[in-house]
Ligand binder design. Structure first.
Ligand code: DX5
Ligand code: ZN
Length: 218
C-alpha cells in the first residue's frame, strides 16, 4: 500500500486552529494525529476533550489519537465520543494491554500500541496479530521538534519481519523527528504511516511539505 501521512496538530498554530485544520483538509494528509499528554506519563500537558471535539468539528480527515497518559483505560469511551477514529495506547502505560486493545476494537475504532524507544519489538510479539497498528516512537515522547533517533530503522525492520512472520495485517506507524531526509528510508524499512509535526507546521508552505512527504521527495 501507499504510505500515509498524519500531521501532528501539536505543532500547529493553536491560535488559528480552525484555519490550520482547513489547510489540512485541502492537503494530502490522510488523518490528523492528536497527542494527548497528562503531565505524568510524559513531562508535558497538551489537549483535553474540548480541543479534540473542536478538531472533530472542523476536520474532514479521520482523527488518530495518541494517548500519552497514565491510565488510558479510564478514557477510551470518552475519546471515541470526542471523535477518535483510531486510538493508540502505550505499552509502557498499561498492564492489561490485550484487554484494552479488544475493548477499543469493540468500541468500533482502530487499535494501536505504541513502543517508546527503549521498549523492544519483542514485547508485543504475542499480540501482534491483534493490533491494527504499532507505533514506533523515534523520539522519547513529550515534545514536538526533537531529533530523530537514528537507530530506529532497524527497529522498524524488525517489526516488519515480525508482522510478516505472523502473517498479520498490522500497520507500522512512526512518530518523532520525521522529515523529508528520513521519510524515504523509513518507508523502505517498512513504515506505512508517517507522523510529522514540526517539519510540517514550521514550514512556510505546509501543503507542499505534506505533498513531498507523500511523494518521498527531499
Ligand atoms: C511526541 C509526539 C509527536 C510529535 C511529533 O511526543 O508523539 O506526535 O508531535 O512531532 P515532531 O514531528 O516535531 O517530532
Ligand atoms: Zn504522537
Amino acid at each position: 500500500m501507499q504510505h500515509l501521512i498524519y500531521p501532528s496538530i501539536l505543532s500547529a498554530d493553536l491560535g488559528n486552529l480552525k484555519s490550520e485544520i482547513g489547510m489540512l483538509n485541502v492537503s494530502e494528509a490522510d488523518a490528523i494525529h492528536i497527542d494527548i499528554m497528562d503531565g505524568v506519563f510524559v513531562p508535558n500537558i497538551s489537549f483535553g476533550f474540548p480541543i479534540v471535539e473542536t478538531i472533530k468539528k472542523y476536520s474532514e480527515k479521520p482523527l488518530d489519537i495518541h494517548l500519552m497518559i497514565t491510565n488510558p483505560n479510564l478514557y477510551l469511551e470518552k475519546f471515541i465520543a470526542a471523535g477518535a477514529n483510531s486510538l493508540l495506547v502505550h505499552y509502557e502505560s498499561n498492564n492489561s494491554l490485550y484487554r484494552t486493545i479488544e475493548k477499543i476494537k469493540k468500541l468500533g475504532v482502530k487499535a494501536g500500541v505504541v513502543l517508546n524507544p527503549h521498549s523492544p519489538v519483542n514485547l508485543i510479539k504475542d499480540i501482534i496479530a491483534d493490533l491494527d497498528v504499532v507505533l514506533i516512537m523515534t523520539v522519547d515522547p513529550g515534545y514536538g521538534g526533537q531529533e530523530f533517533i537514528n537507530w530506529s530503522y532497524r527497529k522498524i525492520e524488525e517489526l516488519k519481519n515480525l508482522i510478516i512472520s505472523r502473517q498479520a495485517n498490522t500497520l507500522i506507524q512512526v512518530d518523532g523527528g520525521v522529515n523529508t531526509n528520513n521519510a524515504k528510508r523509513l518507508v523502505k524499512s517498512g513504515a506505512d504511516i508517517l507522523v510529522a509535526g514540526n517539519f510540517i507546521f514550521q514550514a512556510s508552505d505546509p501543503i507542499t511539505v505534506i505533498s513531498k512527504l507523500k511523494l518521498l521527495k527531499t
